[in-house]
Design a protein around this ligand. Structure first.
Ligand code: ZN
Length: 248
């Protein structure tokens, strides 16, 4: 865990900021027990290539198998709960002038914790989308082997509402994230390895526009050297400590 001086310095930066933007990544979800993309390729799925399951082509070639994998991932996420890091980000909104939350996670745990207006950079596992007419619907329920969800507008088979390999970031999420990065004066990067673009580029954009950068992560990342403050540790411990320092 970071020392009290580092935490205090970050709390002061938060108190001084007019607009705080936060980018969260897989580490925040992993602390709740959400399997990473790689972890979700175990057991029955160990022999599968993710490129055969998580691409638009997979849903054309063998939609039943691709859907069975996503339904299994949904069942895993449904069993976990938000952690103290998610909760601290909800509470943080009451202590700063403005907070914009951008997440690379698709599990909806920020919303389950109580965060609102979350910008979902990579979509949401618990929604369905139609690649043909761009319709989005709440996730159709179903288990492995059940009939596939079809679009209420055009009747074609839908895909999960996540960004599949080879797909664009949803334009609205991309635009809202870039606005946040260019207008915030403090940018927190939480629980991300900062290696997946374009999300990883948001911190660079924020820095170029004059924002301070705080990194919260157990390990060093490519962003660490350029961060103004680094708090080493799991977000479920670091964020509550930061909140306590800010509220003191
Ligand atoms: Zn459709």
């Amino acid at each position: 865990m970071p020392g009290p001086d580092a935490t205090e310095a970050c709390a002061e930066a938060l108190a001084d900021a007019r607009h705080v933007a936060v980018l969260t990544g897989a580490g925040v979800s992993a602390e709740s027990g959400v399997p990473t993309f790689r972890d979700a390729l175990e057991g029955l799925w160990a022999k599968h290539d993710p490129m055969q399951l998580a691409t638009p082509e997979a849903f054309v070639r063998d939609p039943q198998t691709a859907w069975d994998w996503y339904r299994w991932r949904r069942s895993l996420v449904a069993e976990v709960a938000p952690n103290p890091g998610h909760d601290a980000l909800v509470a943080l909104t009451a202590h700063v002038d403005k907070l914009t939350l951008v997440t690379q996670n698709v599990d909806g745990l920020h919303q389950r914790a109580g965060s609102r207006d979350v910008i979902e950079f990579h979509g949401n596992l618990f929604s369905d989308k139609c690649a043909h007419c761009d319709t989005r619907e709440p996730a159709h329920t179903g288990d492995a082997g059940d009939p596939l969800p079809t679009c209420g507008q055009c009747g074609r088979v839908m895909t999960p509402g996540v960004v599949l390999f080879g797909e664009m970031i949803p334009p609205a999420a991309m635009q809202a994230s870039e606005i946040a990065a260019t207008t915030c004066d403090l940018f927190l990067v939480v629980g991300t390895s900062a290696q997946v673009y374009p999300a990883a580029g948001l911190a660079g954009t924020a820095r170029a526009c004059g924002a301070g950068i705080i990194e919260i992560n157990p390990e060093a990342t490519p962003l660490s050297a350029g961060a103004d403050h680094v708090l080493r540790g799991p977000s479920g411990e670091v964020l509550p400590a930061l909140l306590a320092a800010l509220a003191a």
